[in-house]
Ligand binder design. Sequence first.
Ligand SMILES: [Zn+2]
Length: 221
Amino acid sequence: MKPSKPLAIIILGVQGSGKGTQAKMLIEKFGLEYISSGDLLRARKKKKDFTGAKIGRVIDRGLRVPTPVIFKMWMDKLEEFKNKKRFKGLAVEGSPRTVPEAEMLELALDWYEWKNKKVIYIDISLKEAVWRLTRRRMCRKCGRIMPFVGEFRKMKKCDKCGGELFTRKDDNEKAIRNRLGWFKKEVMPVINYYKKRGKLIRINGEQLIEAVFKDVLKAVK
Ligand SMILES: [Zn+2]
C-alpha cells in the first residue's frame, strides 16, 4: 500500500485518546515526516534571541504561544520537507489548536501543493479520557509518557530506558478536567470546522490500539 502523492495527515483527538501512538505508527508505516508544535517550541526556546527567551517565559506561566510565532516555525519546517528528495508525506499531531490555525494550515498545505489530505479524529468520551489520564505514567529518567492503553498498562518500567514510572502531579483529576475543558472550548470547533467541510474522518478511539490503527489505515487509503 504505497500512496503515490505525498500524504498530509492531521490527527486530532483529546489528550489520552492515543493520537500520539497512532501518529507514530503511521509515520513508521509510511515513512512520514512529523510536525509537533511542542517539539518545535522546545527547539526554538534554546535559540538565544528575543523569541527564544520569551517562549520560555510564556510556557513557564502556562500560557500558549500565539499562532503567528508557531506558524513561522511551521512554514520553515514545511519548506524543509518540500525540498527533501524522497518526501513521502507528513503527519501533524496536536495541532491545529484553534479554527484560525486550521485555516492557516489549509492555506499552507495548499501552498505546498499537498492535496492528498486526511483529517482523522480519534474519538473517545471525556469520561474515558479522564480515566486514562489519571492513570497514565511518566518515566523519571527519559520523560517518556506511558499512556494507559494496551500493553502500556502492564509495564512496570520504562520500555525505552528501564527508568522508574510515576504519576505526574498535574495528572490529577482537577487539572485534567481543566485541560479537557480547554479541548472542548478550543479544539471542538476545529473538529467541527473539518466536519462542515466534509473532511473529517471519525474513528472510535475506545478500541484496542491495533483495532484503532486498522481503522486509521482504512481512512488513509
Ligand atoms: Zn525511560
